[in-house]
Design a protein around this ligand. Structure first.
Ligand code: 4NP
Length: 574
């Protein structure tokens, strides 16, 4: 019997194509070099085969990805992109094959891979990016990130990729940490030419990724150390297992229905943030930045061998005040914001794109009682827009005196919505009932040790906008030792998406809220009568036209309703 061997030429084209599609693209290229049949399939005129081959790889579908600024991708070049990726992979595995003119291209390709990834719908969603997993495996040992770069451009690209990637094994070495601290804490790296931030020292406003990478290193090491300490002390479980300044936290967070091109707060500025910062002992900082040392003599790093840094965090609620058109970026306007904590520490700043389209955060901060700005910061959003990686940068003083302190900060680890109770109390004028409700609820929460709550108040009418609370409200609050400070404002459309609960003082205000043009089916906020948290479902009567007695009654009701709300939403008192 004669066996009939099947020759490749006899196979139908679909089978041949299938064979290629389950092969590694590197082998596909090889096969098409030695076999005319394969070459015909692979290099056909259309992109059909390359799209299928791309989509067969363990990568994100580029059609579902968004860019750093949250835009969807168009004009995907399947063949060109896949070939570049496979070449980059080859070079990472064996850098000796890299041609000198290819060095930057490979880094750009890897950066494209990690900056074009699908968004997550919610901050709590599990990370889903295949590109991230692929890159974590590819760069696992960190060796490629630690290679010597041969040009300024290559150094910048490599530092940028490293900043996105996060800590490598070598970042654990004491010598590397000294090197990064020496950079971050050198006054020489903060000048008016780089706006005292991580920007190029040529005044161009471009991000200096080497500076960013040193900041990320200093900051991440502090963060990891703090987590390890907390674990040892057996305190509450750490919120994340890997450092949040890393690839796994780089996906944009874009809730369904949110169109960043139409949203004024496209960068997700408004909300409760955890701001962490580190700094070194001021005396040691002055010794290190020896003012008598000539500029061309390197500073002595010895002090960092056992220098201690302080690491601290505060929670700060940031609110958008307005946006200004940016002619270079019609859909990404400049966002002006304010933030305050306990009424005695406040920040003012803006978010705006740099000339290289990075999201820049600028702020000045100060203690309210001193009435002047003391600190200022310059930072860049890391990961894609609204990612959980956060915003990383440097802070210094507004006077920029060479004797002044400097340090690293991270406005990252945006507190997750589920940890926050964010509520707005609403009455008519926002001068009697709701500012009292706001103050009382905050006070009752504090008595229970609840700090992750944000309370605000507003009125459905505009007549008293900008006014202080009514004197009778202030009197009753101070009689009961409840701090109160508020400037009346009207309910705005944004409130329905930024607050979790909007609680109306009475039925008429509830109706106004329900009919408000800013409210829609998809609005996040639960809009309710505040009184609905008690079985009697009573409104808070308007005390404006009566005497002090009405305000005392209002106060008593606010205490009861605050506790009813806290019982139901945050949990019963012990
Ligand atoms: P509120 O009280 O709604 O509790 O702030 C009022 C304040 C002012 C007016 C009415 C109610 N007003 O008519 O001016």
């Amino acid at each position: 019997m004669v066996s009939s061997a099947v020759r490749i030429n006899d196979l139908p084209a679909e089978v041949l194509e299938h064979i290629l599609l389950i092969s590694d693209p590197f082998d596909v290229a090889r096969a098409s070099q030695v076999c005319r049949l394969f070459r015909g399939l692979v290099y056909a005129d259309d992109e059909h085969f390359w799209r299928a081959l791309y989509l067969a790889q363990p990568f994100d579908d580029p059609r579902e990805a968004v860019t750093y600024l949250g835009n969807h991708r168009t004009g995907i070049k399947w063949r060109e992109e896949l070939q570049r990726i496979i070449r980059a992979r080859t070079v990472v595995h064996n850098v000796t094959v890299c041609r000198p003119e290819e060095r930057c291209q490979v880094l750009r390709t890897l950066l494209d891979m990690v900056t074009n990834i699908p968004p997550l719908p919610f901050p709590e969603s599990e990370p889903t990016s295949h590109n991230v997993l692929w890159m974590q495996t590819l760069l696992q040992d960190g060796a490629f990130l630690d290679l010597e770069s041969q040009s300024h451009e290559e150094r910048q690209l490599r530092a940028r990729l490293h900043t996105w990637f996060g800590l490598t094994d070598r970042d654990g070495l004491a010598a590397k940490r000294i090197d990064s601290r020496a950079y971050v804490y050198s006054q020489r790296n903060y000048r008016s030419l780089n706006s005292f931030g991580p920007y190029a020292l040529d005044g161009s406003g471009l991000v200096n990724w080497e500076h960013m990478q040193k900041l990320a290193h200093v900051f991440a090491r502090n963060l990891v150390e703090r987590e390890e300490e907390e674990e040892e002390e057996g305190e509450e479980e750490v919120a994340f297992e890997v450092c949040s300044l890393s690839l796994a936290f780089c996906q944009a967070v874009i809730p369904p229905g949110l169109d960043l091109d139409r949203e004024s707060d496209w960068a997700g500025v408004e909300g409760l943030w955890r701001i962490s910062y580190c700094f070194m002992d001021h005396r040691e900082l002055l010794i290190y930045n020896d003012l008598n040392s000539p500029e061309d003599v390197p500073l002595d790093h010895a002090i960092f061998e056992d220098a201690k840094e302080t690491f601290s965090s505060i929670n700060l609620f940031i609110r958008v005040i307005n946006v200004e058109q940016d002619p270079d970026h019609p859909t990404r306007p400049k966002i002006n914001y304010v933030g305050e904590m306990d009424g005695n520490f406040s920040i003012v700043g803006y978010v705006k794109l740099t000339p290289d389209n990075q999201i820049r955060w600028h702020f000045v901060a100060g203690n309210g009682d001193q009435g002047r700005a003391v600190w200022c910061g310059e930072a860049i959003s890391m990961g894609n827009v609204r990612s959980r990686y956060g915003v990383l940068g440097a802070w210094s003083t507004t006077l920029h005196d060479p004797q002044d302190p400097i340090g690293a900060h991270d406005c990252g680890e945006r507190l997750l919505q589920r940890l926050i109770y964010d509520l707005l109390i609403v009455c008519l004028g926002n001068i009697c009932r709701s500012p009292m409700g706001e103050a009382v609820l905050r006070n009752e929460a504090l008595k229970r040790g609840i700090t992750d709550i944000h309370v605000d108040s507003a009125g459905t009418a505009s007549a008293h906008v900008g006014d202080d609370p009514d004197e009778r409200t202030i009197t009753v609050c101070s009689t009961n030792d409840v701090p109160i400070s508020h400037s009346a404002r009207q309910v705005r459309a944004r409130d329905f998406s930024s607050f979790d609960y909007i609680l109306a003082a009475d039925a008429s205000n509830l109706r106004s809220l329900e009919r408000h043009p800013g409210r829609s089916e998809e609005s996040k906020a639960a809009v309710k009568l505040w009184g609905s948290y008690l079985p009697d479902n009573k409104p808070i009567q308007d005390p404006y036209y009566g005497g002090l007695g009405g305000f005392t009654k209002c106060y008593e009701q606010c205490v009861k309703l605050s506790n009813a709300f806290l019982d139901e939403v945050v949990g019963k008192k012990d």
